[in-house]
Ligand binder design. Structure first.
Ligand code: ADP
Length: 584
């Protein structure tokens, strides 16, 4: 292959000359150590290369080899349960090869070349197939049935297909196309910076339920939607992410950890395998792919990691799965972008971030969506993207958070002061939002009942009124409020404590179905309605608030999903409090 020469080394950035044959985003091998790099700028015959490995010791004059290929990932059986670095090198294999301190230039295949997978064909020889068609399956883990698809761009007649145990590079089928016979293996490659093709994007009209009440009820995310969660330290970001990974209505989880403090990432690597998948009882890893970059890994690999992650996520979406990708944290990713941009001596934008920060973030989130995948069966897949941001000092006006908020449709505002008061999940109900709420109301109406939407609006109204009344209470005390306003304060408190508080570590409380969410809201709002009727009949607020039914309302969250009849019974008891002779 053609080669150039290094003329400058600046941290992770290397400039080489004699690169006139190079292409933008082509992968190159730098020096005889064969460090992996990617061309990110071309000017005349000079190329700027971001190098995914430590560059110390490199100097001018050393060779740079072109490979002719863009930065790509390997897609096929073996992805699930893998732990990759930002350019899809399997960390466990690297560590086994060279030990904890990964030396440079080590090569390891992303997908195991030896391992045999049992391939079960689902179409017969002679069939006409098109790109995206599923031709067979592999039971990859107990929970993931990996669909083997015809890669994009291939259409024709299936002239051969085999059943049996094969490696990812063995030919399992052959397709006769207009341009000759194409061999199909269980592995495909795809360039990470290019979204995988699909037939059609659908509008986000389905909920990705999470079982987390504050999220599903008030700030829901749709399948194929985008959300952002800022995480001031100790505000419960990790717990929220784990809850999403466990309970979200997603078949596959891709978790991209971009360089938080070194050991924090190791925490994730240690914790994920220990999380149990409530649906299967297996470890959560059986449907998870991890992409990990600690802060001690080279900054360029961090830049690539979110593309690696989302390409893997798209691949599973193409199989017809609901996939959730979590990027934690996109702030660290943006810092990598900033550092490289600085080394390229580009004109800095706000706080030193490059002017294209927003575009790059959009490139990532735009790859989320609910789609009709390629293939003749018109199957539907969804890719939901959740990005964590870590604004320094919790200041949401900083550029990365702002740029993210302009793109994503849901904001779960984790609030350090709520966490301090042990209100968990510490999602601030006054600052958070979801732009899907309106669109999803039809979904809630059908999946639960139209009343769900009404109750949600009612509950939010109480929370907002509480915020206003709090001002008055602060000035003159609770007793100065009218009995009606006192009741409003109590109802709002009940919504906060009996509904929004949700203990991730409680066996039952950790997950709440939509039906139960509805009944819980209904009990709280019903009690308030009945109390107002009682007040009109002259019953004192003190007596109403002393009602033992309130204690029962507070305990609904601990009733098992199989006990919903008990909530119905409680609703009847509440209704029976209506004073005699009052029309309801
Ligand atoms: P962060 O990742 O933001 O630093 P964590 O997610 O580790 O914070 O949360 C800090 C602590 O807050 C947890 O150890 C736990 O005790 C508590 N916590 C957070 N969320 C919840 C929750 N939903 N239920 C119960 N406790 C929680």
């Amino acid at each position: 292959m053609a080669e150039g020469r290094i003329i400058k080394v600046s941290g992770p950035l290397v400039v080489a000359e004699g690169m006139s044959q190079a292409k933008m985003y082509e992968v190159v091998r730098v020096s005889d150590k064969r460090l992996i790099g990617e061309i990110i700028e071309l000017r005349g015959d000079k190329a700027s290369i971001q190098v995914y490995e430590e560059t110390t010791g490199l100097g001018p004059g050393e060779p740079v080899y072109l490979t002719g290929a863009p930065l790509s990932v390997e897609l096929g059986p073996g992805l699930i349960e893998a732990i990759y670095d930002g350019i899809q090198r399997p960390l466990d294999v690297l560590v086994a090869k060279v030990g904890d301190r990964i030396t440079r230039g080590v090569e390891a295949f992303s997908l195991d070349r030896e391992k045999k997978w049992s391939f079960v064909p689902v179409v017969e020889r002679g069939a006409l197939v098109q790109e995206g068609d599923i031709i067979g399956t592999v039971q990859e883990t107990v929970v993931v049935n990996h669909k083997i698809m015809i890669p994009p761009g291939i259409n024709g007649k299936l002239v051969e297909i085999k059943a049996g145990d094969f490696t990812v590079t063995d030919v399992v089928a052959k397709v006769e196309t207009a341009t000759g016979v194409k061999e199909i293996t269980m592995m495909q490659k795809w360039p990470v910076r290019k979204g995988r093709p699909y037939k059609e994007k659908l509008s986000p009209t389905q909920l990705m339920s999470t079982g987390q009440r504050v999220i599903d009820t008030f700030f829901p995310v749709s399948k194929g939607g985008t959300a952002c969660i800022p995480g001031p330290f100790g505000s419960g970001k990790t717990v929220v992410q784990h809850q999403l990974a466990k309970w979200a209505d997603a078949d596959i989880i891709v978790y991209v950890g971009c360089g938080e403090r070194g050991n924090e990432m190791t925490d994730v690597l240690m914790e994920f395998p220990e999380l149990h998948d409530p649906r299967t009882g297996e470890t959560l890893m059986k449907r998870t792919v991890l992409v990990a970059n600690t802060s001690d890994m080279p900054v360029a690999a961090r830049e690539a990691s979110i593309y690696t992650g989302i390409t893997i996520a798209e691949y599973f979406r193409d199989m017809g799965y609901s996939v959730a990708i979590m990027a934690d944290s996109s702030s660290r990713w943006a810092e990598a972008l900033r550092e490289i941009s600085g080394r390229l001596e580009e004109m800095p934008g706000e706080e030193g971030y490059p002017a294209y920060l927003g575009t790059r973030l959009a490139d990532f989130y735009e790859r989320a969506g609910r789609v009709i995948a390629l293939g003749s069966d018109n199957r539907e897949g969804a890719l939901t993207a959740v990005g964590a941001v870590s604004p320094p000092g919790g200041d949401l006006s900083e550029p990365v958070t702002q740029a993210t908020l302009r793109i994503v449709k849901v904001f779960w505002g984790l609030d350090a002061s709520l966490a301090y008061r042990r209100h968990f999940p510490a999602i601030n109900w006054l600052t958070s939002y979801s732009l899907y709420t309106e669109r999803l109301s039809e979904y809630f109406a059908e999946a639960v009942t139209p009343e769900f939407n009404k109750l949600r609006i009612e509950c939010m109204r109480f929370l907002q009124e509480e915020a206003e009344l709090e001002e008055i209470v602060r000035l003159v005390g609770v007793d100065a409020l009218s009995p009606k306003d006192q009741l409003t304060m109590e109802t709002a408190r009940s919504i906060r404590e009996d509904y929004l508080h949700q203990n991730a570590f409680h066996e039952v409380d950790t997950y709440t179905s939509l039906q139960k969410q509805y009944l819980m809201m209904k009990a709280i709002i019903k009690f308030d309605e009945v109390a107002r009727l009682q007040m009109e009949q002259g019953i004192s607020i003190k007596k109403i608030l002393a009602d033992p039914l309130r204690e029962q309302i507070a305990r609904i969250k601990y009733l098992a999903e199989t006990d919903l009849a008990k909530i119905e019974a409680l609703l009847k008891e509440i209704a029976a409090r209506v004073p005699d002779g009052v029309e309801v």
